[in-house]
Design a protein around this ligand. Structure first.
Ligand code: PLP
Length: 383
């Protein structure tokens, strides 16, 4: 008997080892990992400098409470502030926990209760963040949600206007909806959204949990647009695989997260912080990110060349190395065929094949992956 709750529809692949883009299963089969742990191992598996930083910390101490001064947390927070243009960070353990804290901070700072999110959004699985999520399937069977949230239509500013009022504490948005199917926000929509937030003195919260830490070719995806969010949240890629989340806010929010207002036993754990600092040292670097952008452009070009003439492919959307290939067929069986041929990929939304290769992927690995995709996307129609 398997004593795990069956919350995940598991794949047959059982990893035994992984390095860079390569993952080897317990039978010795080698895969190209274009999932990156769903946008987590952005530097590939076990990047050397991150592994060295974790090992160094492993040999000092693993955990102390947040009652202690922890200089490395301040170092990590400084890097986040520098990269985002924001000021203060609270460290959590996951994406949902970061969003949960951002919701608390927005309510406390504004003294208001209502938060607008978007259809097809995904913000997490806790009671609050499940409520924030604009997908019914996530909520089914879990009873009543917080009355805080209402849902506007992504990229439709009129739908936001019909919901926002003086009681609105915040608008929370992903600039690329990841789980929802790789949907990109229009820049005009986001800029008007920011304007509306200013008008109603509501905070703009950007959920960068999937899009942050270089995934889209900038440190944070909001930086592709003319935006100054009040709060951003990140997690996933920040720790290269060690659990960490972060709420990063503007300077004027400091007073609302004073002593006793929020906390987490494991938040800012020394091992995760060591991992995050080493990760940010690589990712928040212009040369590194310009290479990411070059590879992203190359991958998109190859995908368009190889797949656009296939009837089943209805759209290819991407920002940096966050890529969605929309199909008019079910992607579940395609994912299985791709795994059989040694390529690990994801689905998103309805009928979208999602690629999240590590930012360190090589041109050769891109070519291999595109060849596997090309080979399998044709047969799936007759399978
Ligand atoms: C945009 C976004 N927000 C929040 C979350 C939740 O993060 P976690 O699974 O770490 O709680 C996810 C996870 O996929 C996400 O993509």
């Amino acid at each position: 008997m398997n004593h795990l709750f069956p919350t995940y529809a598991r794949w047959e692949v059982e990893p035994a080892d992984a390095k860079g883009t390569k993952l080897i299963d317990k039978n010795g089969k080698e895969y190209l990992d274009f999932t990156s742990g769903i946008g987590v191992t952005n530097l590939g598996h076990r990047p050397d400098s991150v592994q060295a930083a974790i090992t160094k910390q492993l040999n000092k101490f693993w955990h102390v409470s947040n009652l202690f001064t922890q200089e490395q947390q301040a170092v990590a927070a400084e890097k986040l502030a520098h990269a985002s243009g924001l000021a203060y960070t609270f460290f959590a353990n996951s994406g949902a926990e970061a969003n949960e804290g951002a919701i608390k901070l927005a309510k406390k700072a504004t003294g208001k209760d209502k938060i607008i999110t978007f259809n097809k959004s995904f913000h997490g699985r806790t009671i609050a963040t499940m409520g924030a999520t604009g997908q019914d399937k996530v909520k089914q069977g879990f009873g009543s949600m917080l009355p805080t949230f209402s849902y506007a239509t992504f990229n439709d500013i009129e739908s936001v206007k019909s919901l926002i009022d003086n009681e609105t504490a915040a608008v929370m948005v992903e600039v690329v909806q990841g789980e929802g199917g790789i949907h990109l926000a229009d820049s005009a929509f986001l800029e008007e959204l920011q304007q509306l937030c200013h008008e109603y003195q509501a905070l703009l919260i950007i959920d960068e949990i999937q899009t942050g830490i270089g995934r889209t070719g900038k440190p944070f995806a909001f930086q592709h647009y003319d935006l100054q969010p009040d709060i951003i949240t990140c997690a996933k890629g920040l720790g290269s695989g060690l659990p960490i989340g972060a709420i990063i806010g503007k300077e004027n929010l400091k007073e609302y997260f004073g002593p006793g207002s929020h906390g987490s036993t494991f938040g800012g754990n020394p091992l995760s912080i060591a991992s995050a600092i080493a990760t940010m040292e690589i990712v928040f670097n212009e040369d590194f990110l310009s290479e990411v952008n070059e590879k992203a452009e190359y991958l998109l070009e190859q995908l368009k060349k190889s797949l656009y003439n296939i009837e089943e492919v209805t759209a290819i959307r991407s920002l940096g190395l966050m890529i969605g290939i929309e199909m008019n067929t079910n992607t579940a069986s395609l994912l299985q065929f791709l795994r059989n041929d040694g390529l690990l990929t994801l689905s998103a939304g309805e009928n979208v094949l999602r690629l999240l290769p590590p930012l360190t992927v090589t041109v050769e690995e891109i070519n291999q992956a595109v060849a596997i995709l090309k080979k399998n996307i044709v047969p799936v129609q007759t399978a």
